[in-house]
Structures are given as C-alpha cells and as structure tokens.
Design a binder for this molecule. Structure first.
Ligand SMILES: [Fe+2]
Ligand SMILES: [Fe+2]
Length: 199
C-alpha cells in the first residue's frame, strides 16, 4: 500500500491566514477519529505544537493555533481511511480553504511515507514530535507515576531498546531532529515537560 502523495504543492496561497475555528476542528476530529488511543495521540501532538509555537517561536495566539491545528488533525483520516492516510485530510482542508502552511505541515509529517519533505519550521516540528511523542507516552504507561518524575535518561534507555515501542522508528526520530536542527535530548525534555498535561 503506497501512501505517496505525488505532489509537493498544497492548498491555495490566497487562503493564507485562514484557519478553522476550534469548534469546526473538534467537530471534524470527533466525526473522523473514533479510536480513543489515536485521539489522545493527536491531542498530545497538538499540545506539543502549540506549546512550541508559543515558547520557542514566540508566535501570537493565531500562530499558536495554526501549529496546534496541524498537530490536532495530522492523523485525522488514519482511523477510518488508513489507505487514504494524509490524502483525505489534505483534500478536506483544501476544500475548506485552510492556510496552505497548515496543509503542507500535515502532508510532510511522514516524508518516508508520503514523499513530501518537511521544509518550514512547522513541518519539521510536526515530523519531530510525531514519533517521539508516542514513545514517551508508551514509557509513561509502564511507569507507576506516569509522567511524574520521568527523566531524560529513562526515555533514552527505552529508545536504545529496540523491542520497546518497536513500531516507533528510531531512524525517523534521528532524521527529524537533524532536519529541525535540534538536539534529541532537548526535544525529549520538552515532551516530558509538556505531554503529561494532556489526558
Ligand atoms: Fe500519520
Ligand atoms: Fe501521528
């Protein structure tokens, strides 16, 4: 099954600055995503994206919401239409005249799967958070205190254990960090600090 998108241009520049309201986004989210585990993953990535936009990119509220929206909807079609993953949500957001920046970030969240290279900072951070967020969450589930007291070295130990969260690609994590120009330790630390707030 190929998920290649076979294109590199997304949305219409005339829609720059357009977004969905939170209600519109949550309506789509709730209609398309029925799996609770996937819902949590998407909310976690959304929170990481908005936190990064606020604290590291110093974006205003509208900018933070654009980053959050990319995270919130990046896997929206995975649950009901796995064979159309990415393609379906991209087409939906194009029809709704959403800012191409947001659509592009979603289209490049898995360059090895969709064939679209992350270019902007938003693209790169979504790609970087996606896999690592899942591994940190899997680790929280096996700790009695969850995220409480979680340490960098514990996460790094799990990363080295190939059998732990084996579906999480270590190669993609390293690739994402180097593309984003950020250190793995810093990224893990950010996720540990932020992700526990999402339940
Ligand atoms: Fe995905
Ligand atoms: Fe994801």
């Amino acid at each position: 099954m190929s998920l290649l998108l076979n294109r590199t241009s997304f949305g219409d520049v005339a829609n720059k600055g357009n977004s969905l309201s939170r209600t519109e986004a949550m309506d789509l989210f709730n209609e398309w995503v029925l799996n609770a585990r996937l819902q949590l993953h998407m909310k976690q990535v959304a929170h990481l994206m908005s936190s990064w936009a606020a604290e590291r990119e110093q974006l205003d509220a509208a900018g933070q919401w654009r980053w959050e929206l990319a995270g919130l909807l990046h896997d929206a079609d995975w649950d009901r239409w796995p064979e159309l993953h990415c393609k379906k949500i991209i087409e939906e957001l194009e029809q709704r005249n959403v800012d191409p920046e947001i659509i592009r970030a979603i289209a490049s969240h898995g360059p090895n799967h969709f064939g679209v290279e992350p270019e902007t900072k938003m693209d790169k951070m979504l790609y970087a958070f996606d896999e690592l967020s899942g591994l940190v969450h899997a680790y929280s589930l096996m700790r009695p205190g969850g995220y409480d007291g979680m340490e960098l070295k514990g996460v790094k130990k799990r990363l080295k254990e190939k059998s732990f969260a084996a579906n999480v690609s270590r190669e993609e994590i390293n690739d994402a960090c180097s593309r984003a120009g950020i250190a793995l330790d810093g990224l893990i630390g950010f996720i540990i600090e932020k992700q526990g707030a999402v339940v």
